[in-house]
Design a protein around this ligand. Structure first.
Ligand code: RIB
Length: 301
């Protein structure tokens, strides 16, 4: 039987990055360093990360009929990603993200989503989700598109993964369609604003129907919550952060690939933690390590 692959449905943005000493305050002008342009967008970042661990990832996104979109598409093809589900929209621009990266590796991001928001429920209805083992979504597309995609993917037997970023309130009927939700510690309190801490917010999501909640904690690792309780996973503290943009996406894409190639959920999280730690040591949201490099770091623990 043909192996079912990983599908990422999500955003592709061109990241316009300036390094500064620190993130500027509102109303402040800061002189930064050199300007750099990278491929980004939470969806594309996850597809690239998944593909680095487990070849043959598929990507579904909306792009504009412009030079940014065309260049980006040929770059993704060059990285071995199946982009046959990427749709071009003639009347809008490819997504762009304006990003400030501070000297300590922290970042601030503003996204002009453009064609990412054009992807629709009917585009989800055109996908044969039964071809895929895992389907990943984020929130840089229209919420109704994400909700429809999650429902169809789960109905077709995929394991579903949602990155709730940029954070917004989720409709309660969406929760049972989510096998894994992967917020950071800020996002989880934004999607469950009635809770004061991540643990109670995670429990609330689980009682709403989500099966696993993985709260990423930056250099402190992550916490997994599910029917088995809570488990903490530490990260690799010795790695010096250069650029944290896309670290969460690298974690999630690698995690989905880990679910395919690892023997357990815990091992998939450990693999994702190592992959995200390596990503942070390099500039650019898609500067992801190979499976061999990830395994080498894991063996040092
Ligand atoms: O998660 C990082 C990503 O967020 C960047 O690549 C940027 O494009 C925004 O989508």
């Amino acid at each position: 039987m043909e192996d079912r692959g990983i599908l990422v449905v999500g955003s592709m943005n061109v990241d316009m990055v300036v390094k500064t000493s620190r993130i500027p305050s509102p109303g402040e002008t800061l002189l930064g360093g050199v300007f750099q342009k990278f491929e980004g967008g939470k969806g594309a970042n996850q597809a690239v990360a998944a593909n680095a661990i487990c070849r043959g990832a598929h990507f579904c996104a909306g792009i504009g009929d412009d030079s940014f979109g065309r260049e980006y598409l040929s770059y993704l093809r060059g990285r071995g990603i199946d982009v046959s589900l990427v749709k071009s929209f003639g009347d809008c621009a490819t997504g762009v993200a304006l990003i400030t990266v501070a000297a300590d590796g922290q970042n601030a991001i503003t996204v002009a989503p453009g064609a990412n928001m054009m992807l629709s429920e009917s585009d989800m209805e055109g996908i044969d989700f039964s071809k895929f083992s895992h389907a990943l979504f984020q929130l840089e597309n229209d919420l109704s598109t994400v909700a429809r995609g999650l429902r169809l993917a789960r109905g077709a037997g995929c394991e579903t993964v949602l990155t709730p970023a940029p954070a917004r309130l989720l409709p309660p009927e969406m929760l049972p369609d989510i096998d894994y939700i992967v917020p950071n510690e800020i996002e989880i309190l934004q999607i469950v604003p009635e809770c004061a801490d991540a643990e109670s917010a995670a429990q609330k999501l689980i009682s709403g129907g989500v099966r696993n909640v993985i709260v990423t904690l930056g250099k402190r690792g992550c916490d997994l919550y599910n029917g088995g309780g809570k488990r903490h996973f530490p990260t690799y503290e010795k790695i010096r952060p250069v650029d944290t943009v896309g670290a969460g996406d690298c974690f999630t894409g690698s995690f989905a690939a880990g679910l395919k190639i690892c023997g357990s959920l815990a091992e998939a999280i450990e693999l994702a933690t190592a992959a995200a730690s390596l990503k942070v040591s390099k500039a650019g949201a898609q500067s992801v390590a190979s499976l061999e490099e990830v395994r080498a770091l894991m063996s040092q623990k």
